[in-house]
Design a binder for this molecule. Sequence first.
Ligand code: AMP
Length: 270
Amino acid sequence: MTASPQRAAEFAGDEVGRHETLNSISANHSTAPAESSFLPGPVLLLGAPGVGKGTQAQLLVTKYGIPQISTGDLLRGNIARGTQLGMQAQQIMSTGKLVDDSLVNQMVLARLHEKDTRRGYILDGYPRTLDQARFLDATLADLALAPNLPVVAISILVDFDQLLQRITGRRICPVCKSIYNVHSNPPAIAGRCNVDGTHLIQRPDDTEAVFIQRMKTFAEQTAPVVSHYRALGRFQEVDGDQSVESVIAAIEASLLRLRQAAHQQLTTSN
Ligand code: AMP
């Protein structure tokens, strides 16, 4: 399913759901709604490979008990299970290009239908193209899948040299998914996960050559997604070149600010 730009624009803000929720928040509270009313909700984490989307998503998962939906992880899971989708995706992923929108969209749609998404979720690495963003906006409006808070997009920024070091030094535990970096966050015992002792792996696409292609893909295909959410007023950039704790604090402050602004806009226009 691909929505037309006009249809996407109509649905983009999940206006009906947001309207109802924010009105019911106002009706139930004589004063301003508690900050907790605006969190966690659906969150899109955008950013180039290596900016720390996975790390930040894991922190949000722990804090709010909502799922992280990483399209990269879902695709790698399909490859590991040898599914048809996995077989189609494997070759493309190894070159740093993007898997077809229709395949990824259907995979995300199925995942969003699972019950654990009702209070919110973190989409990590999706949408990555304008068509995916339009599909997501239209899907959420059509199916009323999201919790009734507007989707907001957070883009984490880190400069190129730093990203290259992060990507080529990244090691992952294939069991618990803990993320390490041989330069900045090495495990206590070289090559072993601190949590469960599993042998750490390097993703096959975490090489310098594939990283450069992934950056090119990001600039060409994902930059328009940023413009899309910026134009909708549901977008914030966060500096990813600071401590993990500072980045998560900036993300949470941004989520709150964006949702409060949407609420304010609705109450003043009523
Ligand atoms: P990631 O784990 O997010 O870095 O993604 C690894 C690879 O999976 C990407 O380089 C793409 O080949 C593929 N991929 C992940 N998410 C998407 C997406 N939303 N659309 C298309 N391809 C994707």
